[in-house]
Design a binder for this molecule. Structure first.
Ligand SMILES: CC(=O)SCCNC(=O)CCNC(=O)[C@H](O)C(C)(C)COP(=O)(O)OP(=O)(O)OC[C@H]1O[C@@H](n2cnc3c(N)ncnc32)[C@H](O)[C@@H]1OP(=O)(O)O
Ligand SMILES: O=C([O-])CC(=O)C(=O)O
Length: 369
């Protein structure tokens, strides 16, 4: 029997220079910078630049980069009509997945995986995806899309395209913090899926499409939606403890808790919890803070398992006015920067990813005796 590590738990499969997760010290760095410091001091554009180019931009570089991003925000008519044609009862993650696939069909350079071409694709996808997600949110509410504005920052512009106005600057900042925290997390399942596809020398759009499929699942990015569904099902903070006890007794997983790498708490949660506190104070959402505390305490007492990043983002996005099914697409809007950085890294130092398996079926037998 070989040494099988189910789910590749604990297996180091390659090196990466993009981010480092150290569960022992509860630290996460992007290109050497602590994520908490990036969230406090940087814009999402600066973090995207850092992930792709390895260094923070100087003011001139940032200006040029932001101008290029702003110029690529507009979704052309064919893209918007594709979104409009997709069934409204499909999950918005299916829309996002389909749109990325379509962008690949449209791109005459689709199969050019040189670094320069891939950087251009990464920027185009990152710039246009918010426009598509906002248009999808609005069509599900029976509203026309709002065109992007090139004078607005990345987060402000997205919120304006969704809601038709820009919220309080403190809410915009809290939202931008969530995007920065979501941007990158080493070899998580969706990033690994992207790297597997890239390792066959396939194109960036195919790799991102695979990553979106992996992120949709509730054990990964889909947990932020599940958290809010659970909080609404519980209803009142006073009922959280009993609800959780029943869930645990049935051996069900509680969404938004636990992590494959962090066993003593997710390094991003304190920063996101502070952002949630800010949003709740400004939107009158203190009930959901009480729910958060009740669930966190009951889980800690019963299992010792701590929340992951999807736990605070669920109520934060809900209080900002997003429909629950838009939560994971927002995660995509941010993580696409990390995925594409990994795709570029994988393509630049490639080895086909193809592990082994141990056969567990019937022994070899004759077809006819
Ligand atoms: C951005 C992100 O993707 S963060 C992750 C988002 N996903 C979730 O929130 C889904 C809920 N959490 C989980 O399912 C898990 O914690 C995972 C999948 C994230 C990580 O799981 P793994 O590292 O594979 O740990 P595993 O599932 O083996 O759990 C170890 C033990 O803790 C328990 N456990 C782990 N997470 C939870 C949870 N959320 N609720 C209840 N029990 C849990 C398991 O039941 C298991 O118990 P056992 O040893 O008695 O069987
Ligand atoms: O690292 C993981 O396994 C999941 C996660 O937290 C992320 O992708 O942000």
């Amino acid at each position: 029997m070989s040494d099988i590590r189910k789910g590749l738990a604990g297996v180091v499969v390659d090196t990466t220079a993009i981010s480092k997760v150290v569960p022992e010290t509860n630290s996460l760095t992007y290109r050497g910078y602590a994520v908490q410091e990036l969230a406090a001091s940087c814009s999402f554009d600066e973090v995207a630049y850092l992930l792709w180019y390895g260094e923070l931009p100087n003011p001139g570089q940032l200006e040029m980069f932001s101008q290029r991003e702003r110029a690529l925000r507009r979704a052309d008519r064919s893209l918007l009509s594709l979104v409009a044609k997709l069934p409204e009862n499909c999950h918005p993650m299916d829309v996002v997945r389909t749109v990325i696939s379509y962008l690949g069909c449209e791109d005459p350079q689709e199969d050019d995986s040189a670094r320069k071409a891939n950087l251009a694709k990464a920027l185009r996808m990152t710039a246009v995806l918010p426009t598509v997600i906002a248009a999808d949110l609005r069509r599900r509410r029976g509203l026309d899309p709002i065109a992007p504005h090139s004078h607005l920052g990345f987060a402000e512009n997205f919120l304006n395209m969704c809601f038709g106005s820009i919220p309080d600057a403190r809410i915009v900042k809290a939202f931008e913090v969530s995007l920065i925290l979501y941007a990158e997390h080493s070899f998580n399942a969706s990033t690994f899926a992207a790297r597997v596809v890239t390792s066959t020398q396939s194109d960036m759009y195919s790799a991102v499409t695979a990553a979106i499929g992996a992120l949709k699942g509730p054990l990964h990015g889909g947990a932020n939606e599940a958290v809010m569904h659970d909080m609404l099902a519980i209803g009142e903070p006073a009922d959280a403890a009993e609800w959780l006890r029943r869930k645990l007794a049935a051996k069900d997983k509680v969404m938004g808790f636990g992590h494959r790498v962090y066993k003593n708490g997710d390094s991003r949660v304190p920063t996101m919890k502070a952002a949630l506190d800010e949003i709740a104070a400004l939107t009158g959402g203190v009930k959901w803070l009480a729910m958060y505390d009740a669930m966190e305490k009951t889980m800690a007492d019963a299992t010792g398992i701590k929340p992951n990043l999807d736990f605070p983002t669920g109520p934060a996005y809900y209080l900002m006015g997003f429909d629950i099914e838009m939560f994971t697409p927002i995660f995509v809007m941010s993580r696409i920067t990390g995925w594409t950085a990994h795709i570029i890294e994988q393509a630049g130092s490639n080895a086909l990813i193809r592990p082994l398996s141990e056969y567990s079926g019937v022994p070899q037998r004759a077809l006819r005796s």
